[in-house]
Design a protein around this ligand. Sequence first.
Ligand SMILES: *[C@@H]1O[C@H](CO)[C@@H](O)[C@H](O)[C@H]1NC(C)=O
Length: 203
Amino acid sequence: MVLGLLTIASIPTLVGTCEAVSEQKKQNAEAKRSEKFNLAAACDVSHRQVEEQVDGRFVVLRDGKLYLDHEPKGSDMKSGHPFCGYYFQYPGAEFEGLVSTISDDPPMLNWIYIDRDTRELKYGNRTQTLPHIAGPWDWTEDEKWLKLEDQEAFVVMEVEDGIWRVYYDKEGDWSGLPSEGKILDVQLQRKPLCGLESKHVRC
Ligand SMILES: *[C@@H]1O[C@H](CO)[C@@H](O)[C@H](O)[C@H]1NC(C)=O
């Protein structure tokens, strides 16, 4: 009888513990999704002529679009704001969006989205994202690389000499991309801000 009582009494405790553990896990997972990171391009290093302009370059925000942090020598182009973002529930949808700071002072956030017509990666407020592709954004299983619509289909295009803009290759065969310039397949690597390589970024 005593044993029976103990057993019954211990059931709610056990259930309670399990719930606490899974709640804790959920919170940890959510916390991880909201950790800030920078983004850097990685390309096939056999592209020798352009490797230096693309591989390892950070993604920056400039004039409404996303570029690699490379300016031709002597260019007076203003340098962009380094992408510094995290995953965030997109309002009114089932998926996660991606946000980035667009300025440090005052601190401001925008959504990262794909222009449906041009396939450019852009940033803007929610209204601006509405006719376009605002997610779902994700990471690869090892959490290192950025994914959109469950694929890692990003390219950079040389839109001016030495200036590389980031695009989404939705079909995976470069169709639907403008044919303005040289195109390179890239992966976009998440660089958590605790990493040494991103120390220079205030975020
Ligand atoms: C969103 O951005 C557009 C373009 O900059 C602007 O006209 C509009 O007022 C903004 N909307 C909101 C809700 O802030």
